[in-house]
Design a protein around this ligand. Sequence first.
Ligand SMILES: *[C@@H]1O[C@H](CO)[C@@H](O)[C@H](O)[C@H]1NC(C)=O
Ligand SMILES: *[C@@H]1O[C@H](CO)[C@@H](O)[C@H](O)[C@H]1NC(C)=O
Ligand SMILES: *[C@@H]1O[C@H](CO)[C@@H](O)[C@H](O)[C@H]1NC(C)=O
Ligand SMILES: *[C@@H]1O[C@H](CO)[C@@H](O)[C@H](O)[C@H]1NC(C)=O
Ligand SMILES: *[C@@H]1O[C@H](CO)[C@@H](O)[C@H](O)[C@H]1NC(C)=O
Ligand SMILES: *[C@@H]1O[C@H](CO)[C@@H](O)[C@H](O)[C@H]1NC(C)=O
Ligand SMILES: *[C@@H]1O[C@H](CO)[C@@H](O)[C@H](O)[C@H]1NC(C)=O
Ligand SMILES: *[C@@H]1O[C@H](CO)[C@@H](O)[C@H](O)[C@H]1NC(C)=O
Length: 466
Amino acid sequence: MGQDAFMEPFGRTRGILQCKIYLLLLGACLGLKVTVPSHTIHGIRGQALYLPVHYGFHTPASDIQIIWLFERLHTMPKYLLGSVNKSVVPDLEFQHKFTMMPPNASLLINPLQFTDEGNYIVKVNIQGNGTLSASQKIQVTVDDPVTKPVVQTQPSSGVVEYVGNMTLTCLVEGGTRLGYQWLKNRRPVHTSSTNSFSPQNNTLRIAPVTKEDIGNYSCLVKNPVSEMESDIITPTIYYGPYGLRVNSDKGLKVGEVFTVDIGEAILFDCSADSYPPNTYSWIQRTDNTTYVIKHGPRLEVASEKIAQKTADYVCCAYNNITGRRDETHFTVIITSVGIEKLAQKGKSLSPLASITGISLFLILSMCLLLLWKKYQPYKVIKQKLEGRPETEYRKAQTFSGHEDALDDFGIYEFVAFPDASGVPRVPARSVPASDGVPGQDLHSTIYEVIQHIPAQQLDRPETGHL
Ligand SMILES: *[C@@H]1O[C@H](CO)[C@@H](O)[C@H](O)[C@H]1NC(C)=O
Ligand SMILES: *[C@@H]1O[C@H](CO)[C@@H](O)[C@H](O)[C@H]1NC(C)=O
Ligand SMILES: *[C@@H]1O[C@H](CO)[C@@H](O)[C@H](O)[C@H]1NC(C)=O
Ligand SMILES: *[C@@H]1O[C@H](CO)[C@@H](O)[C@H](O)[C@H]1NC(C)=O
Ligand SMILES: *[C@@H]1O[C@H](CO)[C@@H](O)[C@H](O)[C@H]1NC(C)=O
Ligand SMILES: *[C@@H]1O[C@H](CO)[C@@H](O)[C@H](O)[C@H]1NC(C)=O
Ligand SMILES: *[C@@H]1O[C@H](CO)[C@@H](O)[C@H](O)[C@H]1NC(C)=O
Ligand SMILES: *[C@@H]1O[C@H](CO)[C@@H](O)[C@H](O)[C@H]1NC(C)=O
């Protein structure tokens, strides 16, 4: 018995040690376990805040003690209230503010004030076969909810791009611990070469403003307990003109040239992107003189009224706020119907198709020529070469089919002719005969020597292709 009492403290010590190891390894202990769903709780000032706590134990217990303490930075921890079994003993200073219903260890704070911000510590003691205790800490913040922000634009009248700067300011009436975020078309705005934020992020500065800055802006304000977004504002940004172009309802447009049938009336439309809308003017250029013929985005031209076949025009776009202008020149050509049809036909054939067609035609011609040459019976001219002038030899060459420049492409043949005596000429003697055309001579080949002249050869007029 005495031995048991002596051994017990050691056993308990071992048990607590084991418990600590279990806590480390499994996060659970056979003894007492206190848990809180969240270690940080954000409360709203003036409302009730509930700090939930759960605990469990697996040993027989006689007394259950729960204690709540409050600690703020740089101050002593304060006792709030405590309980044994079901009886609560509050600190009389705070007795109306904190409520607990043991054995439920959760704490209710009502109403929550800014001074209630800090750490809340709950300690649970179980008295049974020895004493077990465990504690948890909950951090509580107290905030006022955010009210709806309002965005102010500076300058409110609008900004000219590349000239003016713009500042958007987010104003909020109520709320604590505010965090600002700017959204453009529902996406966050980031710092860039033109965008910058104030240290608090409550103002967005765009310098200089460009057309790309046009969009739907809003300010999103958050704090731990709420968030609110401002109404969307769309700042006025003056820009342009950009992308000036002229189009017409009729006629054929190639580059800046419009081709129209004689007698047709055509409507030209000038457009360019700008804000505010451009003012347009049309200028006609005749010889050296230019004169404004119309104001407004549209111009109607009756082709029969144009004296010449071509007329030059200019469309001028002017933005009276940005002070910038742009102009585009174009030419109107008046044609008869036939010419236009031709032009359209020409247009329908793309240049690539034409090139392909011509190339195919040339290749086919070449193949045909080669085939014709291959199967054509050898042409032989029986002539007396001896003592003949070189010009005559050249004529003889012509008979072998080399009629024009195109035919110069191909295999050259050299035909040696037997003389009247019937004795074949030795090649060595034929070489000097062709000295007049040295280039050809080098690549010549003697294919055959035929002793008779085909009848057709004689019929062919010699001068026909010279
Ligand atoms: C608490 O309750 C247990 C059993 O329910 C009892 O044994 C113990 O005496 C009580 N303690 C106090 C302080 O009332
Ligand atoms: C404690 O009481 C609150 C209500 O006051 C209840 O929602 C909660 O479930 C209780 N917790 C336990 C462990 O019984
Ligand atoms: C108390 O604990 C000791 C050792 O931890 C054990 O031997 C004993 O049976 C326990 N008593 C009760 C009543 O559970
Ligand atoms: C816009 O801002 C730039 C620099 O941030 C400054 O140099 C310029 O004068 C400002 N323009 C206007 C119109 O305020
Ligand atoms: C801006 O908002 C308006 C309606 O409020 C909408 O019609 C427009 O498309 C929006 N612009 C962009 C770029 O989202
Ligand atoms: C300002 O916003 C940027 C992102 O847009 C963010 O990184 C930064 O922390 C914010 N600053 C403050 C003081 O909220
Ligand atoms: C057109 O103007 C240029 C200079 O602007 C001048 O040299 C030229 O002679 C003028 N031609 C006619 C036809 O007036
Ligand atoms: C600019 O032009 C518009 C027409 O596009 C006109 O209504 C406005 O009065 C003009 N403003 C100025 C300052 O000239």
